[in-house]
Ligand binder design. Structure first.
Ligand SMILES: NC(=O)c1ccc[n+]([C@@H]2O[C@H](COP(=O)([O-])OP(=O)(O)OC[C@H]3O[C@@H](n4cnc5c(N)ncnc54)[C@H](O)[C@@H]3O)[C@@H](O)[C@H]2O)c1
Length: 250
């Protein structure tokens, strides 16, 4: 097992379950000190306890990523405790899909707040705390590239995250802070089980060139690559992890 994150300090939003939790476990398994920031504080504490039980180091933070103060509090607590701050993974989002006619102001505000504003506030807090070698990884989506019926807000938010990623990389590059994005295709997590019809998932697998969905571990390994110095010459990039589906559908 490599130890790419030995002594490094990382904060993962939405790290209590799903893809975020997979990223938490993968970074911790390679020596990283992980902060788990999630609205589901009890689950975040459980995830932190599981990391510690496996011999890693973790802190849990409850809070809503739509708010700037949530990030300033978590990032400064990690920096104060460990003396450095190296990696931010912006992963959390609250999602609902539905026809355009059913969109409500509350839905729009929550999705933009958790999926877009959070990346702005996270980037701001992380950029202030990071020194040379810092890495920000934004979890976007293949939805940023395709027309998605019933997903107008989601696809728009994720396309916005890609724009934000490129601009942040251009601004922070001279400080040797990198900013990249991952665009997962459909990954079987609880969020997907709530939102997506199982028949549609089967159809998606059948149309995917590699004939399988990417797993949480696949996304976590891509995140580890972009968070680590192995990708030191890559910034402003977005990486599709989708079994080839997006290019095949287009
Ligand atoms: N699962 C997929 O198929 C898929 C595909 C493409 C992109 N993604 C992206 O990957 C990321 C993770 O997806 P997932 O399927 O693991 O999601 P999930 O719904 O399983 O988990 C999301 C986590 O974020 C937390 N969260 C939600 N709102 C929050 C808030 N306001 N403040 C703090 N924490 C909050 C939840 O408590 C939860 O722990 C998301 O950005 C999602 O858009 C997922």
């Amino acid at each position: 097992m490599t130890r790419r994150f030995e002594g490094k300090v990382a904060l993962i939003t939405g790290g209590a379950r799903g893809i975020g939790r997979g990223i938490v476990e993968a970074i911790a398994a390679e020596g990283g000190i992980v902060g788990i920031l999630d609205r589901a504080e009890d689950l975040a504490k459980e995830a932190a306890a599981a990391v510690e039980a496996a011999g890693g180091r973790a802190m849990a933070f409850g809070g809503d990523v739509a708010h700037r103060e949530t990030f300033t509090a978590a990032v400064s607590a990690m920096k104060e405790r460990h003396g450095r701050f190296d990696i931010l993974v912006n992963n959390a989002i609250w999602v609902r899909y539905g026809p355009i006619a059913d969109i409500t102001p509350d839905m729009l505000q929550r999705m933009v707040g958790t999926g877009f504003n959070s990346v702005v506030w996270g980037t701001q807090a992380a950029a202030e705390a990071m020194s040379e070698g810092g890495s920000i990884v934004n979890i976007a989506s293949a939805a940023a590239f395709i027309g998605m019926p019933h997903g107008m807000i989601y696809a728009g938010v994720k396309a916005g995250v890609l724009g934000l990623t490129r601009s942040a990389s251009a601004e922070l590059g001279p400080r040797r802070i990198r900013v990249n994005a991952i665009c997962p295709g459909s990954v079987p997590t609880e969020g997907v089980r709530i939102n997506v019809d199982p028949e549609k998932v089967k159809l998606r697998i059948a149309k995917t060139p590699l004939q399988q969905l990417a797993s949480v571990e696949d996304i976590a390994q891509a995140a580890c690559f972009l968070a680590s110095d192995q990708s030191r010459s890559i910034t402003g990039e977005s990486l599709l992890v989708d079994g080839g589906a997006t290019h095949a559908f287009l």
